[in-house]
Design a protein around this ligand. Structure first.
Ligand code: FAD
Length: 460
């Protein structure tokens, strides 16, 4: 007997219930990844995520080979390709992880319909992409939690499923594969993009649990210190399982570990919102009747990291350079775009998705809605001031100087508001080697003006 494992957002051998179930019910499996034309047509396959994905597939293939198997890669329409593999091998089952997006739901429906005439059964597994399956925890009479705190209480008290070891041996059915594409073939990738793959993810997790996590409670907002786990791309591609990460952190047990686990609950929370409200990927979860502005020059300045607000600009340049941005940066730039410039959150979400290696419909869209005050935030009209945020979370300006070399020589007290640099301070800078601070733009908008406009629009 043969079973197909259709890998999607679970590109791992450890703690993979989809893979384990297939190995349990068949002598041979087809570990299949399809370069899906449909997904590519959605614009989701941008260079940064494609490059990370190439690393993941290469590593998955080596992991399977170490166990006597190999990865089977196909390209085309995912449903047609699965159907073809089922016909070629006479597979009795196709196993796949449940997804939360509209796209994943539709893929499941189409697969079920296409397999109908083959006698092959589709088996969909919950709690693979998230630690707790969307829909598993529900407030009475509702189809999802709309507020995080009660969700988190339930999530904590009910606990996360146990995790599974990686299989020792994998026997693969005799079936053709296309070559696994190499990262080097992909162009337009951010120069500082992290490496992907399960092995890299597991190394990073081990280092984080032994050296990083204990400092998380105090350090997670120290943006220059870069003291968060950076596990998000691995969680996005499923090279690490959220359940395994949570068990590892819980064993460590420090206040830092507890704060970190809470963030993983946010990840599950957003997934269960999107699973219940797939339209929220594109529509306001809670409409305030916003009539967003769309000033092209301001939007371009935001995208390019040239708004004149150093904290915002540094974060936007980190995004372009690494395909990743610190959470504090994400919150500040999102508030700036949607509240200070009063631009539609979808514009920001789209730009993020064009670059973020962890770019993920549930986390990205729901966090953007949270930041814009159209989502699940219980304080939807709160505005983050980038100067105050900069002074608080980057007090000596190290983060700003790292990403904005033109501000390198600006004294600490002006680093978050360089337009105030006047008199002898400015003159000494002009005479030093740092004269290119003159290239840095003046603020594109006054913060007070932006805030007043937003508050008036919201009737706040
Ligand atoms: P850590 O601080 O080490 O946290 C551990 C893990 O918890 C993360 O890897 C992530 O999986 C999860 N997590 C942490 N914060 C959140 C959160 N607010 N919501 C959901 N999960 C969270 N995260 C993504 O994974 N993909 C996105 O596309 C994404 N877009 C975002 C857009 C905006 C506007 C904002 C404000 C946040 C977004 N986030 C997104 C959430 C968060 O910023 C990142 O998960 C985090 O910065 C990743 O870094 P880390 O792995 O070092 O996080």
């Amino acid at each position: 007997t043969v079973s197909v494992v259709l890998f999607t957002s679970d590109l791992r051998l450890h703690d993979n219930p989809v893979l384990r179930a297939a190995l349990r019910d068949a002598e041979r499996i087809v570990p299949l990844f399809v370069y899906d034309d449909g997904l590519r047509a959605t614009g989701f396959a941008v260079p940064n995520r494609s490059a990370f994905l190439a690393d993941c597939l290469e590593d998955l293939d080596s992991g399977l080979r170490e166990r006597g198997g190999r990865l089977v890669v196909r390209s085309g329409d995912v449903v047609e390709q699965v159907h073809r593999v089922v016909t070629e091998t006479g597979a009795a089952r196709v196993h796949v992880a449940a997804g939360v997006s509209r796209y994943a739901a539709r893929r499941e429906e189409r697969l079920r319909a296409a397999l109908g005439d083959t006698g092959c059964r589709l088996v969909v597994h919950d709690a693979v992409v998230t630690a707790v399956a969307p829909g598993e925890l529900l407030p009475s009479g509702k189809d999802h939690y709309a507020v995080f705190t009660p969700y988190f209480r339930r999530w904590t008290s009910e606990g996360v499923r146990d995790f599974l070891a990686a299989p020792r041996a994998v026997r693969v059915a005799d079936v053709a594969s296309e070559p696994v594409p190499a990262r080097a073939e992909i162009t337009g990738v951010s120069p500082g993009l992290a490496a992907g793959g399960e092995s890299t993810g597991r190394r990073r997790l081990r280092a984080w649990l032994s050296d990083g996590i204990a400092g998380y409670e105090d350090g997670h907002d120290d943006i220059a210190g870069d003291a968060t786990s950076r596990l998000s791309p691995h969680l996005h591609f499923g090279t690490l399982s959220a359940a395994e990460v949570i068990h590892g952190a819980s064993r460590e047990g420090s206040p830092g570990a507890q704060a970190f686990v809470r963030q993983l609950a946010w990840r599950d929370f957003h997934h269960q919102v999107l699973a219940a409200r797939p339209a929220a990927a594109a529509q306001d979860y809670r409409s305030h009747g916003d009539r967003w502005r769309a000033d092209k020059k301001e939007i371009a300045a935001w995208c390019d990291g040239r708004t004149g607000y150093p904290f915002v600009d540094a974060a936007m340049r980190q995004l372009r350079h690494e395909g990743w941005m610190h959470n504090r940066g994400r919150m500040v730039v999102a508030s700036f775009l949607t509240k200070t410039l009063y631009v539609d959150w979808r514009v920001g979400a789209r730009h993020f998705l064009s670059l973020l290696v962890d770019g993920d419909v549930a986390n990205n869209q729901m966090n953007w809605q949270w930041a814009a005050g159209t989502g699940t935030d219980t304080r939807p009209n709160r505005v983050l001031n980038p100067v105050i945020q900069g002074k608080r979370f980057d007090p000596d300006g190290s983060y700003v100087r790292r990403w904005l070399p033109e501000l390198e020589g600006v004294p600490d007290r002006y680093i978050h508001e360089p337009w105030k640099l006047q008199g002898p301070d400015r003159a000494s800078l002009d005479h030093a080697d740092h004269a290119d601070h003159a290239d840095y733009p003046d603020p594109i908008v006054e913060l007070a003006e932006g805030r007043a406009r937003f508050e008036q629009a919201r009737g706040a």
